[in-house]
Design a protein around this ligand. Sequence first.
Ligand SMILES: [Zn+2]
Length: 278
Amino acid sequence: MNKNIKNGVEYLTFNNLSRIEGIRHAFSTRRGGVSEGIYSTMNLGYTRGDIKENVDENYRRMAKVLDCDSSCFVLSHQTHTVNVRLVTDSDKGCGITRPLEYSDIDGLITDTPGIVLVTLYADCVPLFFVDPVRKAVGLSHSGWRGTVNRMGKATVNAMREHFGTEPHDLVCGIGPCICMDCYEISEDVADEFTKEFPGCLLSAGDTIGDHTFLRDKGNGKYLLDLRAANRLIMLEAGVPEENIELPGICTCHNPDYLFSHRATGGKRGNLAAFLGLL
Ligand SMILES: [Zn+2]
């Protein structure tokens, strides 16, 4: 990923998505907004307890960076489902400049130019999908629950159904999230992964492979690599390996730069992913 600064706003972009004509995208950082305290400064979550006017202003600043207006944004309603919504012009502004009209939506897809999809993060995995052939985009939120239920595959399937997307055309990005070293999980969560992804458990001393992303710490705790798991799900869905860009940055390792739920014990704002067709 690339680090960028525009009008004092610091944000990240993918190299592979930046090369595609006709789209805009960004992943926010904590820098360049007006929020204070634990929300400092670029909090993009309205439900974290921050002042609404500050979040509004933060969205206006991100809109400027993306060369659009806040009323172009359409927000998810994230509850760790694998539900994907087809976004059309009638959704414009939902969750940002007017109230949300839907619930339990962790993935958004659209082929309507001018709309910018928005999803929220603080350790969970942002999944970006661009179909340059059918001219369509998808953006999904994938925490451990979304990962075990294959949110990435659900998004590809929705793009297939609505736009005729061929998975081999997709160009994808996996955004900043919590890394394996920082993401300790309990045995019951680990069990869900070994059930759903047989063979995902690493042997002692092994490094992460294409199909292995879970490490047993031996004390009833496990380490989970959400990036590797979501990459595998994209590969299973038919996305070419060379079309997937992975981040080199962990939210939990960089809590001053990115919001991290784990690093702050939940006292934090939200980062946002943005993706749309011009
Ligand atoms: Zn980390």
